[in-house]
Ligand binder design. Sequence first.
Ligand code: ZN
Length: 121
Amino acid sequence: MAQTTGKTEGTAVAATATLNVVSVGCLHGDLNRLYENVKKLEEASHVAVDLVLVNGDFEAMRTEKDLDSMACPPKYRHMGDFREYYDGKRRAPYLTVIVGGNHEASSYLSELYSSLPFLIL
Ligand SMILES: [Zn+2]
């Protein structure tokens, strides 16, 4: 929660803003289930989520070729859900910010403008 207060020409001014964030780690490509769980959380809590923050192991595979750049033993490589969002078949229902972890498919993340392990859906 951010709060600012101030005084303008003898009048007190106060503003309060709340940002509701869901933070997860080790997503391992399970984006659809994440969004389903966030929706359930909203329904159960009656609180709207403003931001989903994925802290590592997002696994942004667009094609099977991206699996070649994945930093993990081959037996753990699988496509995951990201390609549905990348191809436009699905749309992220929440602003989603991804910070890369140690088990990423680095090919897509390295192509991003910032060249940082950081992605916004
Ligand atoms: Zn992990």
